[in-house]
Ligand binder design. Structure first.
Ligand code: SF4
Length: 438
């Protein structure tokens, strides 16, 4: 069949969608990118927040309407909404042909020749995840994701992920390197390393000849794949950024001086209630250590405002922190109480209008910092990885979530290549630059 894949949520879900596509192709199906050409559809869902669950359900309803209209023969669902509701999802949407759990995505083809809930009989929570048998890339040829683990054991008080994806499970170093070699052979020049918490990598793996597996050991192995020029570490947990990891980043030129490091807050009392092991002191120490080792180090992070019990004083600490620590990319989220999480039942919930007000103030504060950063960067020569003839990113910009560089002159045929450019202006997260032709 011609199967349309819809992938919702985060890059980790996208990596799963690539694995699902690989399994469907291996079974002889064709993957198409619009439901108009398709015989069937599979939606890989997200369930992290109420908003993402609403979006997933709206999309399921939309695809089922196409089925009712005879435009699709079959509709299947996978991903976190399946983890959340299991067989109950089929009761909620009886017209769905089948649903697949996260342990069964390698058998995704079964979803189109069998009805019902396809799940691993006894999902072994300790089972390490393996490299996909086959993978079909859904990202640009030159920029890929390498998922090195699944699940999470951090249990942040506001987060459903540990309940949805199980506890933290690493992919072996051998499988991760093998998969990365495949991505490189298929043209990837940039590989973003992803998991719920990449800095926990290896803690669940047995000691090998190399000693206890760890992220820095994996990085050292991966950077031997010379065709990949940018290794990018995403989803790092501040406390687990070790001096060894900082050295591995500093001593390997192809590792971007960049980290996506969700901090969520800076006030110790809020971090404590979030069940985060971070403190203001340790976070500042890690940032200072990264910047001492790599002065051009770029940090992306996220903050949650309006967490239950957040006082004005807590919020002012966050403002002060943003003013002092110049963060390159900042995402600001209003706390969303998720049923089933400890934070949902916490006292002192913050009124929605105050959450919004704090989010706006924090965004404005970051915009002020960005203006300063941009002024300093104007006129500077930068390296740009081109995602299109006149659009690209710097080492400080992860795909899909951070800023971009627009060129004053298109460079046809250079997509996926690195070029030099000089920044003319920068506004917010967007830079305008002229190519520096050698
Ligand atoms: S680190 Fe915390 S927020 Fe992130 S997935 Fe794990 S539990 Fe959720």
């Amino acid at each position: 069949m011609k199967i349309f894949i819809e992938s919702l949520g985060c890059p980790k879900n996208l990596a799963d969608s690539e694995e699902i596509c690989g399994a469907l192709k291996q079974a002889g199906h064709e993957i198409v990118f619009s439901e108009d050409e398709a015989d069937a559809a599979l939606i890989n869902t997200c369930a992290f927040l109420q908003a993402s669950r609403d979006e997933a359900e709206e999309e399921i309803i939309r695809l089922l309407k196409l089925k009712k209209a005879g435009r699709l023969k079959k509709v299947a669902a996978a991903g976190c909404l399946v983890q959340k509701y299991g067989a109950d999802l089929l009761r909620r949407f009886p017209k769905l042909d089948s649903i697949i759990d996260i342990y069964s995505i390698n058998n995704a083809a079964t979803a189109f020749n069998r009805k019902g809930f396809l799940h691993a009989e006894y999902p072994d929570p300790d089972r390490i995840i393996t490299a996909p048998q086959s993978k079909m890339r859904l990202t640009a040829k030159h920029s890929a994701y390498l998922k090195i683990a699944d699940g999470c054991s951090n249990r942040c008080a506001y987060c459903l992920i540990p309940q949805l994806r199980g506890k933290f499970r690493s992919k072996s170093i051998e499988d991760s390197v093998q998969e990365a070699k495949g991505l490189s052979a298929a043209g990837a020049k940039e590989i973003s390393i992803i998991a719920q918490d990449t800095t926990r990598y290896g803690e669940d793996l047995p000691v090998s000849g190399l000693g206890k597996p760890s992220l820095e050991k994996l990085i050292t192995k991966l950077t031997k794949i010379k065709r990949v020029k940018w290794w990018r570490i995403m989803y790092a947990y501040p406390e687990r950024i070790t001096p060894e990891l900082i050295d591995a980043m500093k001593n390997n030129d192809s590792v971007c001086h960049y980290l996506d490091m969700p901090l969520q807050h800076i006030s110790d009392s809020v971090l404590k209630r979030m069940n985060r092991i971070s403190t203001e002191k340790t976070i500042c120490e890690k940032i200072n250590a990264l910047r001492k080792a790599m002065p051009d180090f770029a940090i992306r992070t996220n903050f949650i405002v309006g967490f239950p019990g957040e006082t004005d004083k807590d919020f002012r600490r966050l403002i002060k922190f943003i003013r002092e620590y110049r963060l390159d990319n900042v995402g600001v989220f209003e706390f969303s109480p998720e049923p089933g999480t400890p934070a949902y039942d916490m006292p002192s919930q913050i009124p929605p209008e105050l959450k919004r007000e704090r989010a706006e103030i924090l965004i404005e504060e970051q915009s002020r910092m960005l203006r300063k950063i941009n002024q300093e960067q104007t006129g500077r020569e930068i390296t740009v990885l081109l995602d299109g003839p006149c659009i690209g990113r710097t080492y400080a910009d992860a795909p899909d979530i951070d800023g971009t560089v627009k060129l004053t002159k298109a460079l046809p045929g250079k997509t996926g290549q690195f070029i030099k450019a000089r920044i003319i202006t920068a506004e917010g997260y967007y830079k305008l630059a002229e190519p520096v032709l050698k």
